[in-house]
Design a protein around this ligand. Structure first.
Ligand code: SF4
Ligand code: FES
Length: 146
């Protein structure tokens, strides 16, 4: 059963809006190691969208492997919700880690809950995640190989 609620939070500097979906996070630590002036887990809120330039924020978000972090430019407006079936979805088995899905997904979990997701999504492949079907980084502790 999924323990983390599917909430979405947004933080903006007036130009770009950082979108945060904690349930998708696989705790790769890339965000707060790469741009600590924006992403700081010791602070509340943990995202300071004024901490770096818009281009630096976008470059860092593009490195988020799970898609827990995404963004949109305020001038372009919030992207449309929902997925369009029939598009190609790329599924990559990462070495000793999750399936990295790239594309629009409609996931129905074992509770029958529907979760729609755009961009990157990391799905557990090791069986150890406490947040299935998403990877929560537990594969590192469980020593999963494959
Ligand atoms: S998965 Fe994304 S949001 Fe989670 S720690 Fe890594 S970079 Fe940050
Ligand atoms: S693959 Fe990451 S927790 Fe299972």
């Amino acid at each position: 059963m999924s323990q983390i609620k599917d909430i979405t939070k947004e933080y903006t500097n007036g130009e770009v809006t950082v979108v945060w979906r904690p349930r998708m996070c696989m705790h790769s630590t890339k965000c707060f190691k790469g741009l600590p002036q924006v992403f700081d887990v010791q602070k509340r809120p943990w995202v300071n969208a004024e901490g770096a330039s818009t281009s630096e924020i976008i470059a860092q978000i593009n490195k988020c492997p799970s898609g827990a972090l995404s963004y949109y430019l305020n001038a372009e407006g919030k992207p449309e919700e929902g997925v369009h079936l029939g598009e190609i979805v790329q599924m990559e088995a990462s070495k000793n880690g999750p399936f990295l899905m790239k594309g629009n997904l409609r996931i129905i979990n074992s509770d029958g809950e529907t979760i729609e997701k755009q961009g990157m999504t990391a799905l557990c492949r090791c069986g150890a995640s406490g947040n299935k079907p998403f990877c929560d980084g537990s594969h590192k502790k469980s020593g999963f190989e494959g």
